[in-house]
Design a binder for this molecule. Structure first.
Ligand SMILES: Nc1nc2c(c(=O)[nH]1)N[C@H]1C(S)=C(S)[C@@H](COP(=O)(O)O)O[C@H]1N2
Ligand SMILES: [Mo]
Length: 163
């Protein structure tokens, strides 16, 4: 298996009719379902994952679509500079500078299998390069583009779980 610890899946996470919305400061708001994403080009890469709480999962193989490809289809407005990535577990959301988010991958597979719900399936954000564990947003259901840096919750929620 992946080596990622399995955390509990919150009750709000219901993946039956999963869709991803791209909205906010865009010319053409879009929603993608799993079949739409399956038609897009994918990338595969390996990375270690380490959590601030002190554990590491080595050599994970992710496969998914480049977030920049998805966002382009929604025609980002010239003033958009940031994005808030929303998840299905309540208020969990993480802010990114848009250029950094564009280079991230929205992972749909882990180690050659459809991404399990236990690890954020159907879709989990996997930022490339260095980043914090809470930026790997599980159960992504919306990406909201903004002109100014939005307030987010992910860091506080994640750090609040560490004693
Ligand atoms: N939606 C959402 N994504 C999340 C979190 C969360 O609570 N909700 N926790 C983050 C943190 S702090 C870690 S370490 C990883 C844990 O991933 P895992 O459950 O697959 O081990 O998910 C990240 N993504
Ligand atoms: Mo974490």
């Amino acid at each position: 298996m992946s080596g990622l610890p399995e955390h509990a899946v919150p009750d709000e996470v219901d993946t039956d009719d999963w869709r991803l919305a791209v909205r906010g400061s865009v010319g053409q708001p879009r929603t993608f379902d799993a079949a739409d994403l399956a038609d897009l080009p994918t990338e595969t890469f390996s990375a270690d994952f380490d959590c601030e709480a002190g554990w590491v999962a080595e050599g994970l193989s992710w496969r998914g679509v480049r977030v920049g490809d998805l966002l382009a289809r929604a025609e980002p407005s010239p003033e958009s500079r940031f994005a808030l990535v929303h998840a299905m577990d309540g208020d969990y959301a993480c802010a990114f500078p848009l250029d950094r988010l564009e280079s991230a991958v929205l992972a749909l597979e882990l180690d050659g299998e459809p991404l399990p719900v236990a690890h954020g399936g159907p879709a989990r954000l996997v930022p490339t390069g260095d980043g914090d564990c809470w930026e790997s947003v599980k159960w992504v259901d919306a990406i909201e583009l903004t002109a100014d840096r939005p307030d987010d919750t992910a860091r506080e929620i994640a750090l609040g779980r560490i004693d």
